[in-house]
Design a protein around this ligand. Structure first.
Ligand code: AMP
Ligand code: GLY
Length: 409
């Protein structure tokens, strides 16, 4: 079938890659040079792109078009599309809206206050211990959250991210990204994945859109999954009729899973890791079409092998990225290369954005998946390339590979 993908990042390349493998004809708006190798990039977008190619199905990757109401427009035109309506997408587009919904439904989340001015924000700080999480209300491509460790940082964060803010209690534990595909009533879940939000190794430095992710069946056990489905996912979907990908960013606290945020789409880079290990027995295109038409039957099954995606970012990211540098080694890379911030230049593919590539691989265990992904990273070079060397290491710490006992010592 003809499938139109809206977006042009690593997530959209991963969606295109999977759907092309299933034998579908891929169109992307705007797409990227990686997608151009397996499909056709369009220079129109939204309804106009759909009018040009008459897709049987449209899949929306990023949050911005969802928040602007692309799903409402396509539905009004009678075109099947995967994603939430503008109203449902407020779950991601407004953190205040999401927190109020969670409060109303009794969904476990950090204690919070909402404020509308810097003065109110600074006054509210006294209700929280340090560290404290300060969050801008609106969309901020992963950069709208500051964890303040002292009072001065907290006041600076309130002034920087405000005036509309959520201030919330700091939660500690392991983070997990839990993503389901819904048709408005029924849903099917991916296995969990873990993002690496900060720029620096050991979870230091500023927050980014995500510097790498891994997916492994052991991140959550079946009782944790059941609890997440019962206390978080089911209440949201049955109350809002949410359609498309619902992403719960979770903290696995000692008191159980709590929601850090909802996203109204697949995570990026999580999607790259998740789609890499999606089982061939799953008909992903059918699942998407069923989500769009309210008839979900397909289940998303993962292969046992864990997967890892390492993001290669441009110098300057998450601030203003340096662009226009040639990228070397793409053809020789032994891992799957998903394009994100790239473009075709006179001398070949060059950098064109903050997160440039997602180097993705699976392996028979997490440690081999990590090795395979970093073997791919070693093949790629561009000026100022920055990446984390510790993607997946948290998993290795939780589940150390079996050590071989030296005999006779
Ligand atoms: P969010 O966009 O709300 O998921 O926040 C981005 C990142 O900030 C999360 O992935 C966490 O690493 C961190 N974070 C957000 N809220 C909290 C919190 N209440 N306690 C601890 N860390 C948090
Ligand atoms: N990687 C986190 C996100 O997509 O928001």
């Amino acid at each position: 079938m003809k499938i139109l993908i809206i977006g042009g990042g690593g997530r959209e390349h991963a969606i295109a890659w999977r759907l092309a493998k299933e034998g579908h004809q891929i169109y992307a708006a705007p797409g990227n040079p990686g997608i151009a190798q397996i499909g056709i990039n369009l220079n129109t977008t939204g309804l106009e792109a759909a009018k040009a190619v008459h897709p049987a199905l449209t899949v929306v990757g990023p949050e911005a078009p969802l928040a602007e109401g692309i799903v409402d427009q396509f539905r009004a035109a009678g075109l099947p599309i995967v994603g939430p309506t503008r109203e449902m997408a407020r779950l991601e587009a407004s953190k205040i809206h999401a927190k109020l919904l969670m409060e109303r439904l009794g969904i476990p989340t950090a204690r919070f206050v909402q404020v509308e001015s810097a003065e109110a924000g600074i006054a509210a700080l006294s209700q929280f211990d340090l560290p404290v999480a300060i969050k801008a209300d609106g969309l901020a491509t992963g950069k709208g959250v500051i964890i303040a460790r002292n009072r001065e940082q907290a006041e600076v964060a309130v002034r920087k991210l405000g005036p509309r803010l959520v201030i919330e209690e700091f939660l500690s534990g392991e983070e997990a990204s839990f993503i389901v595909l819904s048709d408005g009533r029924r849903f099917t879940a991916f296995e969990a994945s873990q993002d690496h939000k900060t720029l620096g190794e050991g979870d230091t430095g500023p927050n980014t859109g995500g510097m790498g992710a891994y997916s492994d069946g052991r991140i959550l056990d079946s009782s944790q999954v059941q609890r997440i489905l019962d206390t978080i996912i089911e209440p949201v979907i049955s109350t809002t009729g949410f359609t498309g990908f619902l992403y719960a960013g979770l903290m696995m606290t000692s008191a159980g899973p709590k929601v850090l945020e909802f996203n109204a789409r697949l995570g990026d880079p999580e999607a790259q890791a998740l789609l890499h290990r999606l089982d061939e027995a799953t008909d992903f295109a059918a699942a998407l079409l069923q989500s769009a038409t309210g008839s979900l039957r397909e289940t998303l099954r993962s292969k046992a092998d864990p997967s890892v995606c390492v993001v290669l970012a441009a110098a300057g990211y998450p601030g203003k990225p340096r662009t226009g540098d040639p990228i070397h080694g793409l053809a020789e890379c032994p891992a799957q290369v998903f394009h994100a911030g790239t473009r075709s230049g006179a001398g070949g593919i060059e950098t064109a954005g903050g997160r440039v590539l997602g180097i993705t691989a699976s392996g028979r265990d997490l440690s081999s998946a990590i090795q395979n992904a970093y073997a791919g990273v070693q093949a790629i070079r561009f000026e100022g390339m920055q990446y984390r060397r510790d993607i997946g290491r948290k998993g290795l710490k939780r589940w150390p590979p079996a050590t071989i006992e030296a005999a006779g010592t």
